[in-house]
Design a protein around this ligand. Sequence first.
Ligand code: CMC
Length: 429
Amino acid sequence: MNTPETATITIGDESYEFPLLVGSEGEVGIDIGQLRKLTGCITLDPGYGNTGSCTSAVTFVDGEKGILRHRGYPIEDLAANSSFIETAMLLIFGELPISSEREEFRTRLREQELLHEDLLHHFDGFPPNGQPMAILSAVVNSLSSYHPDLLDIQSDEEFRMAVAKIISKVRTIAAFSYRKSVGRPFMYPNPNLSYCSNFLHMMFSNPYTTYMPTPEAIRALSLFLIVHADHEQNCSCSTVRMVGSSQANLFASVSSGICALWGRLHGGANAAVIDMLDHLQAGDLSIKQYLELVKQKKMRLMGFGHRVYKNFDPRARILKSAAHNLIQNMDTQDDELIRIAQELEDAALNDDYFTSRKLYPNVDFYSGLILRALGIPVNMFPVMFAIGRMPGWIAHWYEEFCDPQLKIHRPRQVYIGKTTRQYIPIELR
Ligand code: CMC
């Protein structure tokens, strides 16, 4: 059936026509831009499950079919063939780079990997054991004070410079926030290392002892970052676009994305998965007992379910096999944890409660196991997600920045509070 060009909304005796917008993958949206003007009504959609906040050409997700594509490229192909930096360039600049472009960008990243020495004092303002996520968002926001020339971007060159600073420095800030939280000296970045190796070096090397990650560890980290690179209009991305819509600068906007990512229902879920698996390993509850509590809605099965994916999450498939590859050859207790994860997944997927609600493992179900096997502590998990998601946030911020039709985001509400009341002086209340 051909998609009609308009949709009709009838309120009382009046009918109104609204244009339909068809996306390049066939998604249909009702353009209700004139709704309030014509009808006096607004739409109500808590959680925005039915609301398109923008048009976008960055990432396509089909939750029913388990499809995720960046700029048209399937995530499976990017995971198999691309690096995190190349994927980041694809998202941000719109195309896979040719060799010279990639080399030029890598050089910029190397040049930008150090932090201004004064910025290092900011880390001292945080308490011992300070949350790395709090440090990350604060220090990324502080970058705006160190680069005032990039607050009001006027050219492609300025944008490329701001991108290189953020993508490179976020990794340094993340590693330093960890070093600060465990009271170890900062390890300066080594320009001879790749993006992922350099991060692991800053995390785990010590003065006079260089950390040597295995190729499997570097590959697993790279895959982790690639599958987190973007996921269209999720909570943190929408936050970045919301903040950016006020014409806030790029550093401040992505810093707000870090804050939005922090919660247990978004970037905090991978840590919650490990917490859940640890409890199961400790024998506090059997898998059956745990799932019973979930079904009684006393708990959630962390790492399961997704607002968009209702069949499978393609990122979870990639990370599941990466977790098995990484952990298989390691002498680690995580063997046991991955076995419990598999049992839990099998039990849930054979249970009508989960299948009838279309609840499947999401990206976080296996990502925590990878991070743990890499030696990354649980309070750094959302920070790792933030490093990975940075290209997506930047791509969306820039897409909006370049939109000549951009309006500040300002949703409305249906007010349900008290109507006008007379003010009562305090002595009479
Ligand atoms: N465990 C148990 N029940 C669940 C779960 C879960 N993880 N997720 C959803 N449900 C149930 C929910 O109780 C509801 O049941 P009923 O119809 O009986 O009321 C039904 O499934 C629909 O759930 P919902 O809460 O309306 O779904 P949502 O789209 O609002 O929530 C979600 C999506 C991801 C917040 C949710 O599935 C969840 O809390 N999952 C666990 C946390 C998690 O793993 N988060 C990471 C998400 S993936 C990373 C990312 O992209 O941010």
